[in-house]
Design a protein around this ligand. Structure first.
Ligand code: FAD
Length: 522
């Protein structure tokens, strides 16, 4: 069925846009004349500086040049651009570019137009409006806004979104197009589960408000929809009362099954009595520990070094309990009782206090350090997968113990989350088990990164051969079959939604899902 749709779609598309193909064939930048007559034309740039900037991303693995870059001054510019392509007999592809923290060109548009979403901010004041009526806490946030700005604006009202990513310099539209996951996901769901309403510019150039009640099909499509159904220009985000401080706990483990058993136990305490944040990572070498600004004493470090000499690998849980002035006197007791019965290496635990902002924004410190060392703008052949809990120990035996213990590049995260915090109606896909692990290999390389890509391929091929169920997070595929496989039972719906909301396949071509549209090919 999906294939049939693909083919008929292809034939119609080929017929409709055949003049465009010849233009692409001539390899010259081209946009319809009508577009150049619109008011937004003065905010379209064709120069090399603009197009080169839009041809890169955080991954630094591929480069795709657009024809032009739009620096919108209003949402109207975005609707005009999309309308112009939609109604033209020579359509062109369009990619919203949030912060371009994608890894493989997902926010790029070959021979199309990239919308530099951040430019909306330069012509308006920061557009984050907080409603703090006691019955209804939420923030209306424009799609280009950074989560760090959302945090600072909502804290002024004593409020905060409950669900985060580990790094806050990502755009709201960018993370809602994926999911937005972090150590709070087990408790509050991903960021896409914490949205009440959206304004979206569809692939027809219409601006539509949607929510669970209003235009719900579009609402669910866009959340985790990889930018395929519309450009998010506003999101109404759920807010909770903000904590003031964080009791930050770190625990070290020799034994993987004890590590996962404790993580799974901690995420099962989701009634407000447990931790507010649970993550985990691999420690392959002392430098991994330093990433956590850990203040283990020299005596502890000696012990850690000798464990690493023996095992080559130990495991690290990071758990946090939020508190404020009222709960400050009891927070230590609460944390101690949560730690009772856990199986971390005796003595190898740390407790420290930090501010809520300092805790949420700690990756920024690492960013600044890496920037100073010239190690931020490098290649990032990351692998991000969600692995079903039932086989996580096989994954450890083969992947962590065999591949990763020898690798010292980039952190490796591993922490569990629960399926029941994800809404099946949304486009995001996750493994079909009640609990699954988020496994992020955050690889970085100054020069030869190909061997790290090979390592990723070996990991994936091991999972396939061993029958380990997993889903890619921040997916990137090159064939239709891989996308059909990725979406599984959601594929038909995904295609139907594409037909409804972006029938000409204009949006987010860099995801390479609907590559049978000629203007989405490279
Ligand atoms: P972009 O890369 O600009 O865009 C991503 C996709 O979304 C593209 O297809 C683009 O066309 C589309 N898009 C962008 N804006 C909009 C919009 N307004 N409307 C519709 N579509 C749009 N992810 C997590 O979940 N948890 C983490 O902890 C986490 N940490 C990260 C740390 C770092 C250092 C980096 C580089 C990435 C991290 N990510 C994490 C991944 C991140 O969430 C995604 O890469 C996300 O897409 C980045 O947002 P962006 O604004 O840079 O999006």
């Amino acid at each position: 069925m999906p294939r049939r749709f693909s083919l008929s779609f292809f034939f119609i598309a080929t017929f409709v846009i055949s003049p465009f193909i010849s233009v692409v064939g001539q390899q010259r930048p081209w946009l319809p004349q009508e577009l150049q007559e619109l008011d937004l034309a003065e905010r379209l740039r064709f120069d090399k500086n603009a197009t080169t900037m839009a041809s890169t991303d955080y991954g630094h693995l591929i480069q795709v040049l657009p024809t032009a870059v739009l620096y919108p001054s209003s949402v109207q510019d975005i609707t005009d651009l999309v309308k112009s392509s939609f109604s033209s007999h020579l359509p062109f592809s369009i990619a919203a570019r949030g912060q371009a923290h994608s890894l493989k060109g997902q926010a790029m548009a070959h021979n199309g137009v990239v919308i530099q979403m951040g430019s909306l901010n330069q012509t308006h004041e920061i557009r984050i409006n907080v409603s703090s009526s006691p019955l209804d806490f939420y923030a209306d946030v424009d799609g280009e806004q950074l989560w760090i700005d959302v945090l600072m604006a909502t804290l002024r009202h004593g409020l905060s979104p409950p669900s985060w990513t580990d790094y806050l310099y990502l755009s709201v539209g960018g993370t809602l197009s994926n999911a937005g996951i972090s150590g709070q996901t087990f408790l509050h769901g991903p960021q896409i589960s914490n949205v009440y309403e959206l304004d979206v510019v569809t692939g027809k150039g219409e601006i539509v408000t949607c929510s669970k009640q209003l235009n719900s099909e579009l609402f669910y499509a866009v959340l985790g929809g990889l930018g395929q159904f519309g450009i998010i220009t506003r999101a109404r985000i759920a807010l909770h009362p903000a904590p003031q401080k964080v009791k930050w706990t770190q625990l070290l483990y020799e034994d993987f099954s004890a590590f996962t058993r404790d993580q799974e136990y901690l995420i099962s305490l989701n009634n407000g009595k447990g931790f507010d944040y649970v993550e985990g990572s691999l420690i392959r070498d002392e430098s991994d520990l330093d990433e956590w600004s850990s203040s283990f004493s020299e005596k502890d470090r000696e012990k850690i070094r000798s464990l690493l000499d023996k095992n080559h690998l130990i495991y690290h849980i990071e758990a946090a309990k939020y508190y404020d002035n009222v709960t400050a006197p009891i927070v230590d007791k609460e944390v101690d009782s949560l730690l009772e019965g856990l199986s971390f290496i005796p003595g190898l635990s740390l407790k420290s206090d930090t501010s809520y902002v300092g805790f949420l924004n700690r990756v920024h410190d690492a960013e600044l350090k890496l920037r100073r060392m010239g190690l931020w703008e490098v290649h990032h052949p990351w692998l991000n997968i969600l692995v079903a809990k039932s086989r996580i120990s096989d994954f450890n035996e083969e992947v962590f113990k065999n591949f990763e213990r020898k690798s010292t590049t980039g952190l490796v995260f591993i922490y569990p989350m629960s399926r029941n915090k994800w809404d099946e109606r949304m486009s995001a896909v996750i493994p079909e088990e009640d609990v699954f692990y988020n496994v992020f290999f955050l690889r970085a390389a100054k020069n030869d990164w190909e061997y790290l890509e090979d390592q990723n391929k070996k990991i994936l091929s091991f999972c396939v051969k061993a029958g380990i169920k997993f889903k890619h997070y921040l997916p990137h595929y090159t064939t239709n079959n891989e996308w059909v496989d990725h979406f599984g039972h959601k594929w038909n719906k995904f295609v139907e939604r594409k037909k409804s909301f972006d029938p000409k396949g204009l949006l987010s071509p860099g995801q390479k899902i609907f590559t049978f549209m000629p203007w989405q090919r490279k």
